[in-house]
Design a protein around this ligand. Structure first.
Ligand code: PGA
Length: 931
């Protein structure tokens, strides 16, 4: 399909859309908010807010007078008034986001009903059915589908740095409003009851602080992560499985689906890289919290099942196995005597009730202390075995055609959840920075009689040589080492020991892998191997490559690793599976958007090749998501753009903390998100098997783009005098640093050191100011340079965009960032710089690059405006803009006052800070992006 045809088809918005419903919902919420403001604050406040809104709209149309008036009004706001104005726009966005979400859910439901009524006709885009039907159309044989399904393994890993800006209290209120929206059709006026309930909720929203008074603790974050399992994912997963099975039965009857092809991992409570609050004890408690939630869910399900299985033994006789289980449980739970007497002929119900009791007794039976008691014997927990035994026995008992119906519904759901979530929900990963391991090795050497060795100062070859000797020699006694270790070393050995105990007590499924941040060479991995050996713990060790130079050398590092005899032996014992993680955001921060994307793309094939030669299966773990600069963007497209990564059918992807609430809090949306991921993975596995050769001209072009982009980006960052000072002054980075949104600090080790600044706040600060540099900077210069090199270059670029999913995705994602960029608003922030000449100089450089980027992208994509291909998104961003602008104006004004040290009282300074925090909240809600 040519770009032009593709364009026109994209521009047709699918007929199921009824934007009038969306706008009715927004009006209802907006009007109610207006009413609440008038009632609680008086008409004057509403009228100032309305004036600001109108001026922002006019200003967007280019009316200078309106822009001037808007600045004057904002400058004249006293702190209380500024707070109210910021609250009005923030609340508005929170409600608009709800309306959009509610609308999306309705479209999804409509589609699902349509699909069920007209199978094979109304196939939704990016659905499981769409993937399987495309494979069928491409004449993929049944055997290949079977093989793809056997290999497919999707692990979604919830990350530990939730920059979720909304407080749980706010999320709960929004959820409640949303539940009322779901009940309304908005065809006529909502009922008075709904009206007054929503009004009350909005009033409460209006009066509730947005900023937290304390940083959330790690365990609060763990509980937040688990919320999605308790409320949606536990129900979504069986549905997703059924959907894939349903579709297979239509297109490929006879193909079987393994029970576990998708599962979840987590970093929350396990990721200690730069977060000293994640301690050994926190990790142990996390395991327990996860387990207890799973047990509660299982117990609820057993309760329902015991009612369904009130089947008489006179009608369906129990098998020997069921009778044996029943007798065993009778002995273990004499307290169930009453139930036994009440249901003498209902063995299935009794067995399920006994199991429920066993599961309930198991809650809190294992505590964090059991996982922390490193030097005592332990017994494996048998609860999971007991559950599967009963489910298996019932399955056999009811396996006849006339009774199989009982194995569907609730029974199948529980069996499916047990397969996917076990009784641990997530497999927990540990992550630690390589520099911390170096310090640990140095201390171990010191404690073992080598105080003369400064391990960290050795070069790579010397480190590897020394580690080889350590690995080949006798291991130190763990007990004695641990007792003499400093607290710091204990915090390195501790999590590995907790893993070891958890594997022994709870089973190996509960542990994910050990990730090494900032891996740059073989020694980084051998250090962890040695630490694991000392702890007598066998776990998957995964390097995380995240700077440009580490990405470039990653195939060599992997080659060195797999050629290392001791590591290879270790891997053999772990089924020859190697996980390698790729960091999208740190690489972006290091070398810019385009360059990092290109390197992340090309090394995947090289890493696979290294593993293939060594007979090792590779699992790529993509550390991506959230904003575009951190590898976010539409998931299915992203997966399809890099099919080579799925050569083995396995993929791990992070799900970033701040997107969990928009992706997983609603059943239908969660289903859709997972369906899109499955769609991408199914097609990408198939695509990865086809040989594709990139035309030489494309390869040359993309290399040139990556190189030029790198030059432009790093020039701005490192060679433009005082650029970092400019960034610190014109963005709210300091204010973001003091926001209480996560347990983790914004710097890794050293404060105010750019290298140690986490990628998330870096992106966050640019997003707030509407510069959005990390999402596009460098593209304009590089594309311009390429276009100027030859007369044919533009048409090559257009072809690349049309035919190459990777290139198209990178350009389209950059468009998303560009659409959120607003150079006129960004200009306002330059006023915050202490050196106006410096600010003007750097601003002009950024502005010129922005113009070049828009211009060249429009040429390549044959559009008139950014995002013409995505009209729904384009419309949403345009509609939101005039409401975001006032928040930016207020933010700039408040930062100015805060930095000027006026007003004098501490109370007023606090008030100013809370207005700034509110604007940060509001802009994030308006742009639907944080860091
Ligand atoms: P990190 O994450 O700083 O924890 O590596 C970066 C990201 O998620 O974007």
């Amino acid at each position: 399909m040519s770009v032009r045809k593709q364009l026109s088809s994209l521009q047709r918005i699918s007929p199921e859309h009824d934007f009038s419903l969306l706008s009715r919902t927004i009006h209802f919420l907006g009007d109610t908010l207006g009413k609440v403001i008038t009632q609680l604050e008086g008409e004057k406040i509403l009228s100032i807010e309305e004036t600001i809104r109108k001026l922002a709209k006019e200003s967007r149309k280019g009316k200078e007078e309106a822009t001037r008036k808007l600045s004057d009004i904002v400058r004249g706001l006293d702190i209380d008034m500024a707070y109210r104005m910021a609250m009005a726009f923030t609340c508005y966005f929170e409600l608009v986001n709800l309306a959009e979400e509610n609308y999306r859910v309705r479209i999804l439901m409509k589609r699902r009903i349509n699909q069920l009524n007209h199978p094979q006709k109304a196939i939704p885009k990016e659905s499981i059915e769409s993937a399987i039907s495309q494979l069928k159309k491409a004449k993929v044989k049944k055997e290949e589908i079977q093989e793809i399904l056997e290999k497919m393994e999707i692990v979604l890993v919830f990350t530990a740095h939730p920059t979720e800006i909304k407080r749980q209290t706010i999320l709960n209120k929004l959820c409640e409003i949303s539940s009322y929206l779901k009940k309304e059709s908005f065809n006529s006026k909502p009922s008075p009851a709904i009206h007054s309930t929503v009004e009350r909720l909005i009033a409460s929203l209006w009066l509730t602080e947005r900023s937290r008074s304390k940083n959330p603790q790690v365990l609060d974050e763990v509980r937040t992560g688990l919320w999605y399992f308790e409320h949606t994912l536990w129900d979504v997963i069986p549905e997703l499985h059924n959907e894939l099975q349903r579709v297979l039965d239509i297109y490929y009857p006879g193909v079987t689906l393994k029970p576990k092809w998708i599962s979840f991992g987590s970093w929350i409570g396990g990721d200690r890289d730069g977060n000293f609050q994640v301690t050994t004890k926190t990790t142990a408690t996390t395991f327990i919290l996860q387990r207890n939630l799973a047990l509660r869910k299982v117990s609820q399900s057993l309760e329902r099942l015991s009612e369904i299985f009130s089947i008489s033994s006179q009608r369906i006789p129990p098998t020997k196995k069921v009778i044996r289980l029943l007798n065993e449980k009778l002995k273990s739970f004499p307290s169930l005597k009453e139930e036994y007497e009440r249901y003498p002929n209902e063995p299935y119900r009794l067995v399920l009730l006994a199991l429920k009791k066993e599961v309930e007794n198991s809650i809190n039976k294992i505590s964090e202390n059991d996982l922390l008691d490193f030097f005592h014997d332990c017994k494996p927990d048998t609860t999971l075995k007991a559950i599967t035994e009963v489910l298996e026995a019932l399955k056999e008992n009811f396996d006849a055609p006339q009774t199989r119906i009982f194995l569907e519904g609730e029974f199948q759901k529980l069996a499916q959840c047990i397969e996917v979530f076990g009784i641990h929900i997530f497999s927990l990963d540990i992550r630690q920075h390589s520099a911390i391991h170096e310090e640990a090795i140095e201390e171990i050497l010191r404690l073992n009689g080598h105080p003369e060795i400064s391990y960290a100062l050795l070069d790579e070859k010397e480190k590897v040589g020394l580690l080889n000797k350590l690995l080949e020699g006798p291991l130190p006694s763990l007990h004695s080492l641990y007792n003499r270790a400093s607290d710091k070393l204990k915090e390195v050995l501790g999590p590995i020991l907790v893993f070891s105990r958890s594997i022994a007590i709870l089973g190996k499924e509960v542990c994910g892998c050990y990730l090494i941040s900032m891996t740059s060479g073989l020694s980084d991995i051998l250090e962890v191997l040695y630490l694991c050996k000392i702890c007598r713990c066998s776990i998957d060790i995964a390097p995380l490559f995240e700077t440009l130079s580490d990405l470039k050398s990653s195939p060599q590092t992997l080659q060195d690793l797999l050629s290392h005899p001791l590591y290879r032996k270790y891997l053999q014992e772990r089924s020859d599976k190697q996980i390698v993680m790729l960091g999208y955001s740190d690489s972006n921060k290091d070398c810019g958007y385009m360059t990092s994307n290109w390197w992340l793309f090309q090394i995947q094939e090289k890493l696979h090749e290294v593993c293939r030669v060594h007979g090792v299966s590779l699992v790529l773990f993509h550390g991506r998501g959230g904003t575009i600069a951190r590898g976010g963007g539409p998931a299915a497209k992203a997966i399809l753009a890099q099919p080579k990564g799925l050569l083995e059918g396995k993929i791990r992807i992070t799900e970033q903390g701040e997107v969990l609430s928009t992706r997983y809090h609603d059943f239908d949306i969660a289903f859709r998100i997972l369906e899109q991921t499955t769609y991408g993975v199914l097609l990408a596995i198939h695509k990865s098997r086809k040989k594709t050769i990139l035309p030489k001209s494309w390869e040359k072009t993309i290399e040139c783009i990556a190189e030029e982009s790198y030059r432009a980006y790093t020039h701005l960052l490192h060679q433009e005098p005082d650029f970092l000072r400019f960034w610190q002054e014109v963005t709210p980075i300091n204010e973001i640093g003091s926001l209480k949104i996560a347990s983790r600090p914004i710097f890794r080790f050293r404060l105010n050191n750019f290298e140690d600044l986490r990628a998330i706040p870096w992106v966050f600060s640019w997003m707030q100011t509407r510069f959005v540099i990390p999402g596009w900077y460098g593209i304009g210069s590089s594309l311009k340079k390429v276009i100027e090199t030859s007369p044919k270059a533009l048409s090559i670029l257009q072809k690349m965009y049309e035919k190459w999913t990777f290139f198209q995705t990178v350009i389209d994602n950059a468009q998303l960032s560009l659409a959120k960029t607003d150079i006129d608003i960004a200009r306002l922030y330059c006023d915050l710089a202490s050196d106006k000449n410096l600010a003007q100089r750097i601003f002009s450089i950024i502005e010129a690059e922005y113009k070049k980027t828009v211009e060249t992208i429009l040429k390549i994509t044959l559009q008139n405006n950014i995002l013409d291909h995505e009209p729904i998104l384009q419309r949403s961003i345009q509609l939101r803009n005039p409401y975001v602008d006032p928040l930016n104006y207020i933010q700039v004004e408040m930062i100015k006052r805060n930095r000027a040290g006026q007003p004098p009282t501490a109370l007023e300074i606090d008030k100013i800070k809370s207005v700034i925090e509110l604007t940060i909240n509001g802009i994030s809600a308006g742009l639907r992006n944080t860091g």
